[in-house]
Design a protein around this ligand. Structure first.
Ligand SMILES: CC(C)(COP(=O)(O)OP(=O)(O)OC[C@H]1O[C@@H](n2cnc3c(N)ncnc32)[C@H](O)[C@@H]1OP(=O)(O)O)[C@@H](O)C(=O)NCCC(=O)NCCS
Length: 219
């Protein structure tokens, strides 16, 4: 395996994710970031979700290639508020239709949806005003939503190259802070982000009571 320096300088290149990359990103997401309600809703829903990063004015979607072959991806946004507003205004009906179709064929998820998400979801469908996209920070904040690297190409600098590429784009857009959330038990990812200078914050729990470690990087 090449050293991190070799891989970063010689073999790894970044490009913008295109529509026909989405199924491969979804496959990598399912294989590596498998727990979560969105994943349980199936690949059709995940594909719709990934497409929001391609259509959003604040979306960033990158593919890393090693020797011309896809090695990993990253999706996020340069402005979390703008991105969520875009999703609520333009993609919510597509996501709702695909999500409903997924729930119909997965009745075991309906009770979980009703218990943990239905109220928030129905409120979001009724209003798409700024109150639904309240910023977490007083400064312009981007979000690193997901990053994953093919198993056989790990620890060769591909992940770092994707994250640095995202940071460079965020800086060009005047982003002052980046956020991300990583699963509490994902120690490898936490080490990865710490090494890149991200600062861990107080643990938070999601709608399923799963703990997450937020990370912040001030630019
Ligand atoms: C996290 C991930 C993106 C890192 O990608 P990568 O290409 O392997 O990372 P890099 O080679 O750029 O950086 C490697 C550094 O990260 C840390 N790291 C990565 N994987 C690690 C592991 N399994 N155990 C301990 N440290 C690890 C180490 O500091 C490592 O440096 P070292 O190899 O010199 O010890 C990759 O492991 C992955 O796809 N994981 C599954 C998906 C995931 O967890 N995504 C993040 C959650 S949002």
């Amino acid at each position: 395996m090449p050293s991190a320096t070799q891989a970063e300088t010689a073999a790894v290149s970044l490009r913008v994710m295109e529509l026909n990359d989405v199924p491969a990103a979804v496959r990598l997401h399912r294989a590596n970031l498998a727990s979560g309600f969105f994943v349980d809703l199936g690949d059709r829903f995940l594909c719709r979700y990934y497409r929001t990063f391609l259509t959003s004015p604040a979306g960033v979607a990158l593919v890393a290639e090693v020797d011309g072959r896809s090695a990993g991806f990253l999706v996020g946004s340069t402005d979390d508020v703008v991105h969520r507003r875009h999703v609520m205004r333009l993609d919510r009906w597509n996501l709702a239709r695909t999500g409903t179709a997924s729930l119909i064929v997965r009745p075991e998820l309906i009770a979980r949806f009703a218990r943990t998400r239905a109220r928030r979801f129905l409120k979001g469908m009724r209003h798409s005003s700024p109150q639904d996209t309240t910023p977490l920070d007083q400064v312009r904040t981007g979000m690193l939503s997901h990053v994953a690297v093919e198993g056989r190409l790990r620890r060769a600098g591909v992940g770092a190259r994707l994250v640095r590429g995202f940071i460079d784009i965020a800086k060009v857009h005047g982003v002052e802070r980046l956020r991300l959330y990583t699963s509490y038990d994902n120690e490898a990812a936490q080490r990865f982000y710490r090494r890149l200078g991200w600062k861990p914050q107080q643990v938070l729990c999601d709608a399923d009571s799963r703990p997450w470690v937020p990370f912040v990087l001030d630019l």
